[in-house]
Design a protein around this ligand. Structure first.
Ligand SMILES: *Cc1c(COP(=O)(O)O)cnc(C)c1O
Length: 422
């Protein structure tokens, strides 16, 4: 009888595993802190999105910034997604991972001329422009190169996605896109620019959005725009990403609910759909492994000091994001009000705020759940801490996808004062 390999992070005999590989084994082999990704879960998430949206047959462009490890990008390329990038550096990564430049959408505010040049030279398929000035810059570069760049205008539908203020991007008072009221005028001007083909509308209203309603609201406004302006010359509508995942509070975007809520407006608009999911494909497929260094008991709060800090996982400090933190092997330690903190010299260096948790003894291995998105991607070397290793479990085997940085990596490209030139 074939033994079915469990997908993702599940317990066997009480012990947490990744696609059937014990996390203790991975920690012993690669050390801590280490990010671990489950290829099976990545694929399952993509499959779930595709099947929920099957009737709409969207072009799915994975948002690289959520998790840009080459092995993850190359898996998505193998599985046939396009890529949503926000910098020339991300383009470099996609190309290195074997991604097809024609399936790349270049989004993001403040693209510089040299970035547009690189993207056009590489054959990037589409641009999402954020302003009239950017359309001019893009047109100039395209004319120089003798090509016509396909471009969508990012519009701001002024909806409130009811998410953290730092990840709200579709309301009036932020830097992204062009107000929908002004879009017609910008598009008419753009269509007079030689070198660009303004063929789409784009919006991306925020991140970690758990309800369909803000998307439906955005679509209603976009549909009203098309009804007024007409659809001539448009060949796609890019709805961005932002679909929320369950960080443990039970709230998440249900792909099927979203797809069916969007369907009436999308049918009325009648343009092929593009989606740019980041978090919803990768967040739950990654964890951060960290070991307890020391337990500091206090009267009404204890501190579990662990070997991962805000440089490794910034989300709790930056957004007050609450991640589930679990013992990989249950220690049986008593539960107490405690906070998991890192070794960095900042009070804001915590992996969770005070909560009831087992006071795991020194040496215990913890898994911070749902760190696949905006985890390693936002990590830094703050406090001269080499960045963590990244491990991918693929076909039931753990493989090193990025080696832990060394002390030499910390100094790369730097010179002491007596060695400076000039
Ligand atoms: C960040 C971003 C995404 C992905 O957002 P998620 O919340 O990770 O799904 C998609 N499109 C654009 C333009 C983005 O900036």
């Amino acid at each position: 009888m074939a033994i079915e390999t469990p997908i993702g992070f599940q317990r066997r005999s009480g012990e947490l595993q990744a696609d059937g590989v014990p996390l203790e084994e991975i920690a012993r082999r690669y050390g801590t802190p280490t990010y671990v990704y489950s290829a099976a879960l990545l694929e399952a998430r993509l499959r779930a999105l595709r099947s929920a949206f099957a009737a709409l047959a969207p072009d799915i462009c994975y948002a690289v910034k959520a998790c840009a490890n080459l092995s993850v990008l190359s898996l998505f390329a193998r599985w046939g997604t396009g890529f949503d990038i926000v910098s020339a550096g991300e383009l470099h990564r996609v190309l290195a991972a074997g991604g097809d430049p024609r399936r790349v959408v270049f989004a993001g505010v403040g693209k510089q001329r040299w970035e547009l040049e690189r993207a056009i030279d590489a054959g990037v398929g589409r641009f999402n422009a954020e302003s009239a000035a950017e359309l001019e810059r893009l047109g100039a570069v395209a004319r120089e190169r003798g090509v016509v760049a396909r471009v969508a205008l990012r519009v701001n539908p002024d909806v409130d996605p009811r998410t953290h203020e730092y990840i709200r991007t579709g309301s009036k008072e932020n830097k992204f896109g062009v107000d929908l009221d002004r879009a017609g005028e910008v598009i008419r001007a753009a269509r007079a620019i030689e070198g660009i083909d303004l063929c789409g509308l784009h919006c991306h209203i925020g991140s970690q959005i758990c309800e369909a309603e803000p998307y439906v609201g955005a679509l209603r406004r976009i549909r009203a725009f098309f009804d007024d302006f007409g659809r001539a010359g448009f060949d796609h509508l890019d709805l961005g990403g932002g679909f929320g995942i369950d960080y443990g509070d039970g709230r998440e975007m249900d792909f099927a609910v979203l797809a069916s809520a969007l369907q009436p407006e999308l049918r009325a608009i009648g343009l092929p759909l593009v989606l740019e999911p980041g978090r919803s494909l990768v967040a739950s497929a990654g964890i951060l492994l960290t070991r307890v260094i020391e337990v500091k008991a206090g009267r009404d709060r204890s501190f579990l000091i662990v070997d991962a800090g805000m440089n490794d996982l910034l989300r709790p400090s930056l957004y007050k994001a609450a991640h589930r933190i679990e013992e990989v092997r249950p220690s049986g330690a008593p539960t107490h009000r405690g906070q998991v903190v890192g070794p960095i010299c900042e009070t804001g260096d915590f992996l969770c705020e005070a909560r009831d948790l087992p006071l795991s003894p020194a040496g215990a291995l913890l898994a911070v759940r749902d760190c696949g998105a905006y985890g390693f991607a936002m990590s830094s070397q703050y406090n001269a801490r080499p960045r963590a290793a990244e491990v991918l479990v693929l076909e039931g085997r753990a493989r090193l996808a990025r080696r832990r940085e060394s002390f030499d990596d910390l100094l790369r490209g730097e010179l002491a004062s007596d060695l400076l030139d000039g």
